[in-house]
Design a binder for this molecule. Structure first.
Ligand SMILES: [Zn+2]
Length: 294
């Protein structure tokens, strides 16, 4: 995969699938579920470690840089695993045999396609019409094909209903991700978004000791990425922050859950693909560092 260009959903899907079929010795591939506009949500698990670290991107449709980066990351890690080579000094095979990675590059494929290519990408005419009626420019679309923000749909303490017909875990995409948290033995979760080159670690519903540990991990990630660390208040003062998968994961499993926001705050949508290469350098070793420190 060459960076600094757009990739559509089909290309990401194929890439992940073929990668797994090439590296059958140490990867597995599966479909986690199907979006409301009937696109399959793929995952590749890399490594032979019994435990897994979960990585997600593309929960918000318009944040089009990270799905490409996680696909690239899966490729680079598989290559390094095959060659038994290092990435930024990290022994990839050794680390992934201690703890595998569950890589889900595109949780919300309908939103991604809409933001990249317009409302005509929603094939269901009823859903397409409902989305259009919001009056939002397609390039700003962050929701799924039912107009629901997946990042507010998880059944955690801070959940707030967004609209009629939406309730905790009402969405297919939400359920797909919850399945991973339930079915795999996981050690942590990193969710990639795109707003401001910030790492958010604070989980309001969790005890001091949990947040202390999460903060420590965020500091390691800060050193590698040169991102800043989000203030506690920024995470819980906003009423708009309820229902996120990181909150849900932390409350369900009491394990580290961190949000990494790539790309500077001023970046406009559609995100320019030229962000990919620079951003990839900032984040590609973060999962290895977390496994290393876990
Ligand atoms: Zn986001």
């Amino acid at each position: 995969m060459v960076l600094n260009k757009h990739y559509y959903y089909d290309e990401i899907f194929q890439d992940i699938k073929e990668l797994s079929l090439t590296c059958t010795d140490f990867t597995t591939w599966r479909i986690l579920g199907t979006s409301h506009d009937e696109r399959e949500i793929p995952m590749i698990r890399i490594g032979l470690g019994m435990d897994s670290l979960v990585l997600t991107a593309g929960i918000h449709g318009r944040e089009s840089v990270n799905p490409v980066l996680l696909t690239k990351l899966a490729e680079e890690y598989c290559q390094a695993y095959c060659d038994d080579s290092k990435i930024e000094g990290y022994p990839v095979r050794e680390l992934l045999n201690k703890c595998s990675l569950c890589v889900i590059p595109l949780v919300n494929p309908d939103g991604y396609e809409t933001a990249l290519r317009g409302y005509n990408m929603i094939r269901n005419p009823i859903l397409r019409q409902l989305c259009k009626m919001r009056g939002i420019g397609a390039e700003h679309w962050k929701y799924n094909a039912r107009g629901v923000d997946i990042n507010r749909n998880f059944p955690c303490k801070s959940y707030i209903q967004q609209q009629l017909g939406e309730y905790p875990a009402s969405e297919n995409e939400t359920q797909a991700l919850m399945r991973v948290f339930e079915e795999y033995e996981t050690v942590g979760y990193i969710d990639f978004h795109s707003r401001g080159r910030i790492i958010y670690y604070y989980r309001q519903a969790m005890p001091f000791s949990y947040n202390q540990h999460n903060h420590k991990l965020a500091r390691y990630m800060q050193k590698l990425s040169d991102y800043s660390i989000g203030k506690r208040e920024e995470e819980y003062l906003s009423h708009l922050n309820g229902g996120t998968p990181v909150n849900y994961y932390s409350e369900l499993l009491q394990k580290p859950a961190i949000t990494v926001e790539t790309v500077e705050e001023t970046a406009g949508f559609p995100l320019d693909p030229s962000y990919q290469e620079k951003t990839y350098r900032e984040i590609h070793a973060l999962p290895l560092e977390i496994i290393n420190k876990t």
